[in-house]
Design a protein. Structure first.
Ligand code: ZN
Length: 530
């Protein structure tokens, strides 16, 4: 047999206990044909000398909005700007019908969101929509409200959302959760060409970060998706060779509907259909909102805000009904739940679904699963549910989360070690573009647990580097039933790996973020090379 590719002189950390390290890796038909002495006597079309570099299984982000990341790369980048810099950026925005930006965080602006009135002063007559870094809210100016159908600013309340208002009840520009739909329905979907271009932009950046697989939450119509042809957009990106990673797409819940006697997508398409390049994963459903935006549904009041416990995006009974139907139809279900009240509602629904229609190894997920009690951790493990927390939130959003919860309740925030100790297989994820997507930054934060402001964040939940690496590889594969294909460098698995500047397992913890990705390989093909 002649191999497609042979990578020699590497120092592979395989994460496979049967063969933890290797120096040679052979590829045939996108798969690992063998390691070290298994390759003796074989030749290859391509031989790549890794010059003694360290390599690890390709990073896999269990929750990354790659297409949204791509769209944001086409907008004003508001991250890190002060309010006056933000208004300056809007004032000098490039030509176009709309002025669009994303990435501001009121927690880093002294608690203040941009306002409609201030945006009116700097935007001329152009409509403005600026999205919060969480994606759970945004700010519009008066011209945008006029296009939404409210030239007199007589904006009604929106169920499952909130419309920010001043003391006189006049909109101040802020639209949260479902109220964002007022703006989204003017701005989405972008054209197929723009959608594909965004995927290509983001995919290239992600390849340079060592990403070889990701799961995208909420494609199609709904809060996180672009439009009804999103899957076709991804297919087109694959066809043109512009999507460099392997993608598992989670359709947003509004895309599921009655299909004959069943429930789901047309033709009965459901979880698992597709190829190793592009497949349909769990259905993504929202239960609540954002922790730093203080809209997530909590058991108790937010710190310093008596009476605010956030809210569920729809009635608990409607969410329960949806989960029961999707489960009965064979879907893996991934529910966004941040507040501890929302987590309870979701766990109750998962438990009831399994009681009515037992299905072994369903692996229903809770996206973020941000605030949990010890009892909830135990119940998550007992039900076989997979929590999908984001390590990077600790540094970029940690100060805002500590402020929202207060010191006492912060101990239940973004657990990870507790999940592992309860026997749960933990995935790694970023929720990019909410925060930076680079897996090595995520691993850095999972290990170091420190906020941007310098505060220690739940040090008891810190992972070892090896645990964090396993989460970002094998753990994320497991979260979408792909552990037989990915996550370790073993014979027969996909030849996806990242070559690094240093030995990730040996650098001091505080230097993990300085490690860089030298080469990224997907299916034995180099997709990024410095
Ligand atoms: Zn998300």
């Amino acid at each position: 047999m002649r191999l497609d590719a042979l990578f020699v002189n590497g120092r592979f950390t395989t994460l496979d206990p049967e063969r933890p390290v290797a120096t040679r890796l052979g590829v045939f038909g996108e798969r690992i044909a063998g390691l070290d002495e298994e390759l003796d006597g074989l030749t290859a079309d391509v031989v790549v000398d890794l010059r003694g570099r360290h390599a690890v299984p390709g990073f896999n982000d269990a929750h990354q909005h790659l297409s949204m990341r791509g769209q944001r790369l086409r907008e004003l980048d508001l991250r890190g700007l002060s309010l006056s810099e933000l208004y300056d950026a809007v004032a000098s925005a490039p030509e176009g019908a709309w002025i669009r930006g994303a990435g501001y965080d009121q927690n880093k602006l002294g608690g203040a969101h941009p306002t409609r009135q201030a945006l009116d002063r700097v935007s001329g007559a152009r409509p403005v929509w600026l999205q919060h870094t969480s994606g759970h809210m945004g700010v519009a100016n008066s011209a945008a409200f006029a296009l939404m159908g409210f030239p007199d600013l007589d904006v009604p309340d929106v169920p499952g959302g909130s419309v920010g208002r001043d003391a006189d009840g006049v909109p101040d520009g802020l639209l949260a959760e479902q109220a964002q739909e007022l703006a989204h329905r003017l701005l989405r979907p972008v054209t197929q060409e723009d959608f594909v271009e965004g995927i290509a932009l983001a995919s290239k950046v992600a390849a340079a970060e060592g990403l070889t697989s990701f799961t995208e939450p909420g494609v199609g119509v709904g809060l996180a998706g672009n439009g009804p042809l999103d899957v076709a957009g991804f297919q087109e990106a694959v066809r043109r060779g512009l999507l460099l990673q392997r993608a598992t797409l989670m359709p947003g819940s509004p895309n599921l509907h009655e299909v004959g006697p069943g429930f789901g997508l047309d033709l009965g398409i459901g979880t698992g259909l597709g190829s190793t390049r592009l497949r349909i994963g769990p259905v993504k459903v929202f239960s609540d909102g954002s922790l730093i935006g203080r809209t997530a549904a909590m058991c108790c009041d937010y710190a310093g805000e008596p009476g605010n416990r956030g809210f569920l995006q729809e009635e608990a009974s409607a969410l329960r009904e949806f989960i029961l139907r999707a489960h009965a139809a064979g879907w893996q279900v991934a529910t966004h739940a941040i507040g501890d009240l929302a987590v309870d509602v979701v766990l109750d629904a998962y438990a009831e679904a399994q009681a009515r229609h037992p299905r072994p190894d369903a692996r229903h997920r809770i996206e973020h699963c941000a605030v949990t009690s010890d009892a909830q951790v135990a119940r998550i493990a007992e039900l076989g549910v997979i929590p999908v927390p984001q390590g990077r939130f600790v540094s970029e959003l940690g100060d805002g989360m500590l402020a929202a919860l207060g010191p006492e309740r912060s101990r239940g925030c973004y657990r990870q070690r507790s999940f592992l100790e309860a026997g749960i297989v933990l995935p790694g994820s970023s929720d990019c573009p909410v925060v930076e997507g680079a897996p090595l930054l995520g691993i850095h934060d999972l290990v170091n647990q420190r906020t941007a402001g310098g505060s220690s964040f739940n040090p008891g939940e810190a992972l070892t580097v090896s645990q964090a690496l396993r989460a970002y590889t094998a753990g994320s594969a497991h979260a979408v039933h792909e552990e037989r294909l990915k996550g370790t460098l073993s014979r027969g698995k996909l030849a996806d790996f990242a070559v690094l500047s240093d030995d990730l397992l040996a650098v001091p913890a505080e230097r993990i973020r300085d490690v860089t990705v030298v080469t990224t390989v997907v299916g034995g093909v180099v997709v990024h090379d410095l």
